[in-house]
Design a protein around this ligand. Structure first.
Ligand SMILES: Cc1ncc(COP(=O)(O)O)c(C=O)c1O
Length: 398
């Protein structure tokens, strides 16, 4: 993008939507969702019916979601945080049992390991894809390792096929092959070798939180598995247990009604995100210092976030200066998603060993994500790209 064109865009195309670094509503609703809410509310608005979460529409949503993912079953619940807890409960961790978790991550997966009394073993991520690095995972496996716990980072599938092969090659002495559990909170619909996340893992966890790719009125999630015993167990955990411990992690039936409509629309919303990302790739082509998102040929990226990298020499101070200028001079906030998650979480810092993660520490100082959204117009995308070009040139010269 040449300098004249940039100046013109910045002068005339200031976005009307004040784009947040990670927009507060990740998808959007249409008349169909409003109608679905109304219909379910009307059905429930009677003393003998009420808002029972175990309604037929909740089961319908679970079946549709499982089928869409290519998994045997889905358990709808109130969020990915609790979904990750449910998955960890199925491991029956004993003190000293280890679970391998990428350090470049959201905090929830590691917290779920600690919550069940396990030990978090952090691993590094691949520097181009931000997914847990298979070689580093293998290096960190011990006889106490029970599971590999990757996050499908920022909208792209992690190489689960490779992790599964590692899991087979390093069985636990009592429990057999390691379990592979996915956190797909940001990657609903992402594909590896043409198959969606959720179809690969022992258990995979999704979020329908307001910021995510599809949403169920603020909070919500689902856990999918093709292991009937795990499905039964998580269903019980979600609804006050029985022969096992349980509590209330239910999704409401009105949320399930919204989820069903969102599910019918999510492919379209992802296509819109992909179009924004591909357009941005072209707008930023040639901007030397910025490494654009990399999607290997075997993946299909949902672009929940558009994850960029500054050069090594810009790690830390210069990256932060870039983000400051983007925010203050152009009104474009970018999110650092994510630095190693123990850095900003006192409990994780205190209860995990984070002494040997040089690559993650460095990546945390280099990555950043300019805003993206399915409804972002070409004009706004151009403005963001122009702002980034200008900012990079300014930082280069400082
Ligand atoms: C990767 C990841 N895992 C888990 C969660 C937790 O999701 P929820 O808000 O649905 O509990 C999030 C939410 O931001 C996330 O990004």
């Amino acid at each position: 993008m040449d300098a004249d064109r940039r100046k013109e865009i910045l002068a005339t195309q200031k976005p009307e939507i004040p784009w947040a670094n990670e927009p507060a509503l990740g998808g959007y609703y249409t008349e169909a969702e409003f109608e679905a809410v109304r219909a379910e509310m009307e059905r429930c608005n009677q003393p003998h019916i009420g808002f029972n979460a175990n309604a037929p529409i909740t089961r319908e949503f679970e079946e549709a979601f499982a089928a869409w993912c290519g998994a045997g079953d889905a358990i709808a619940n109130n969020g990915a945080g609790t979904g990750l807890d449910m998955a960890m409960m199925c491991l029956d961790l004993q003190p000293g049992d280890e679970v391998i978790v990428p350090a470049i991550n959201f905090k929830a997966a590691a917290l779920s390991v600690l919550g069940q009394g396990g030990t978090v073993v952090w691993c590094e991520v691949d520097e181009r894809t931000f997914q847990a690095d298979p070689e580093d995972i293998e290096r960190r496996i011990t006889p106490r390792t029970r599971a590999i716990y990757p996050v499908h980072m920022n909208g792209m599938a992690a190489p689960i096929d490779v992790y599964l092969e590692i899991a087979e090659r390093h069985p636990h002495p009592q429990h057999g092959p390691l379990k592979v559990i996915g956190d797909a909170a940001r990657s609903c619909g992402a594909k590896l070798h043409g198959k969606r996340v959720g179809s690969w893992e022992w258990i995979c966890v999704f979020s329908f939180h307001t910021m995510k790719l599809m949403t169920t009125l603020g909070e919500g999630g689902a856990v999918v598995t093709s292991d009937p015993a795990a499905a039964e167990r998580m269903r019980k955990i979600r609804g006050f247990g029985g022969d096992i411990w349980g509590t209330n992690y239910k999704l409401t039936n009105v949320q399930a009604a919204v989820g069903l409509v969102q599910l019918s629309r999510i492919d379209g919303m992802i296509e819109q995100r992909r179009a924004v990302a591909h357009e941005r790739n072209e707008l930023l082509a040639g901007l030397e210092e910025i490494t654009l998102p990399h999607c290997p040929d075997d993946r299909w990226h949902t672009y929940y976030l558009y994850t960029c990298l500054v050069p090594r020499e810009w790690a830390g101070e210069k990256r932060d200066r870039l983000l400051q200028l983007m925010r203050e001079d152009y009104g474009i906030p970018c999110v650092v998603a994510n630095p190693p998650c123990y850095q900003s979480h006192a409990f994780l810092r205190e209860h995990t060993d984070w002494s040997d993660l040089p690559r993650s520490e460095e990546l945390g100082k280099r990555l950043f994500c300019p805003p993206t959204h399915p409804l972002m117009s070409t004009s706004d995308n151009e403005y963001i790209a122009a702002a980034l070009w200008e900012t990079v040139e300014r930082v280069r010269e400082e």
